[in-house]
Design a protein around this ligand. Structure first.
Ligand code: UD1
Length: 418
């Protein structure tokens, strides 16, 4: 079993380069199925989630060549067949094979996706969208068969502005006949990145980044070259770490507009940030003003950052509050943080933190990806050594986390234990 060992209290200075966005890459890779000729995607992070998706493409018969951060995919040799549980259970984003295979072959056989257990995470809106495009769905023992003689454009209203459903419906509608309108679409930057990719292949999509996306179906899509946007969640995590330990810590290859909700909150709390065109320099402070954050869909405060952000509350005087509005089970890290000396509790979807607290190293366990990021953040400021179990969660989303933090002065390593 792998564990992460972190010795806390080391100041961090130097630069951290942000990798390509996980949540873009995990949709871009399956979207490649839609092209008839080779695609090149650059800036794909080397994390376990992208590794699994490349294996899934290979399982279907695609030729996948990975050279450092670029992935070249030849989709022309793909044979559409059932995608087994062994793959789909490994990550949430396996569901993008639904939209991509349905769009291209009008037939998909696939098992339910896995992913972090941060809530019930149904896929009803994805399925409702496919049905609106003319597909029929059969479901037995977690296996879904989604098929259509022909997909026809439709007006689809999403009850919730779901990232996954918006992308999946875009994938299926790109090669449908006629016009599709997705209303109350998610507006996350990753949606824009996927729409740009599809447009580079010859799709006709407008409005990505707004709540109304319009797709005019085309007959076929061709290969293209595409770049993944920087990972705003990875960047946010390192900015939070910098706000606790940074001495002119420069986080670069970022799009600062994507992080406005987080940087504005930090500034409001008394944070020391210099925001450049593609970088943010951050210096640590010992005290921050207590605050209240409420997670919202983009451009609101990202749910993926509330867990690491809450470590800042150990440097606040008084009670800070996190209201989670997206996922109902995103406070599993609190028990672990309590072991480290944080004073925190949750009731329903609200957590309260009473600071200031001195954190001490101990043995803790990551319960999901961003919970893992919060434990890394806490361990970096704690007295002594922290051992984090279930590091696999963290490695799903943070490329080269050990190397990146070591390079700026952290004492962190991964060890294999019995
Ligand atoms: C994506 C991100 C995840 C992020 C989340 C919200 C990926 C791979 N993951 O997850 O990191 O935390 O967006 O920004 O990109 N819902 C339904 N029915 C559906 C779909 C969603 O009820 O069919 C609900 C979910 O349970 C959740 C809310 O809608 O409460 C938002 O979910 P969604 O935006 O779909 O998140 P994901 O795409 O799973």
């Amino acid at each position: 079993m792998k564990v992460m060992k972190i010795e806390g209290k080391n100041k961090l200075s130097g630069t951290i380069k942000i990798s390509g966005a996980k949540n873009s890459s995990v949709a871009l890779l399956p979207a490649s199925i839609l092209a008839d000729t080779d695609v090149t995607i650059c800036n794909v992070p080397e994390i376990t989630d992208t590794d699994v998706l490349c294996e899934m493409l290979e399982y279907l018969g695609a030729d996948v060549r990975r050279a450092s951060e670029s992935v070249v995919i030849s989709p022309s040799t793909i044979v559409n067949k059932e995608i087994p549980k062994e793959f789909t259970k490994k990550l949430r984003a396996s569901y993008y094979f639904m939209g991509a295979l349905l769009g291209k072959y009008k037939h998909v056989e696939i098992f339910l996706p896995g992913g972090c257990s941060i809530g019930s995470r149904p896929i009803d809106l994805h399925l409702k969208g496919f049905e609106a495009l003319g597909a029929t769905i059969t479901n037995e023992n977690e296996k879904y068969i989604v098929e259509a003689k022909e997909l026809k454009g439709a007006n689809i209203y999403l009850d919730i502005a779901s990232v996954g459903a918006t992308i999946n419906i875009m994938l299926a509608a790109t090669l449908a006949k006629g016009k599709t309108i997705i209303d109350n679409a998610a507006k996350e930057p990753e949606i824009v990145n996927i729409a740009t990719y599809l447009n580079n292949m010859g799709a006709k999509i407008t409005g990505a980044g707004t709540s109304e996306i319009r797709i005019t179906g085309v007959d076929k899509l061709h290969g293209c070259f595409h770049e993944v946007i920087p990972d705003r969640i990875e960047a946010g995590t390192y900015i939070i770490i910098g706000a606790l330990l940074g001495e002119n810590l420069k986080v670069y290859n970022v799009i600062p507009e994507h992080l406005e909700s987080v940087t504005s909150k930090l500034v409001e709390m008394g944070g020391d940030l210099q925001i450049g065109s593609d970088y943010i320099i951050v210096n640590a402070r010992n005290n921050y003003k207590k605050t209240h954050i409420k997670t919202m869909v983009y451009p609101g405060f990202p749910t993926d950052l509330q867990q690491p952000f809450s470590i800042l509350f150990s440097r606040c005087n008084g009670t800070s509050i996190v209201e989670e509005t997206i996922f109902e089970n995103r406070f599993m890290h609190l028990k672990e943080l309590e072991k480290m000396g944080m004073s925190c509790k949750s009731e329903g979807m609200v957590a309260t933190f009473v600071g200031p607290n001195n954190l001490k190293g101990c043995e803790v366990s990551a319960t999901d990806l961003r919970a893992g990021a919060s434990l890394v953040t806490a361990a970096l400021i704690a007295d002594g050594t922290t051992t984090i179990r279930n590091v696999e969660y963290i490695l799903r989303g943070y490329e080269g986390i050990v190397e990146k933090l070591t390079d700026v002065g952290a004492k962190i390593k991964i060890e294999e234990i019995e």
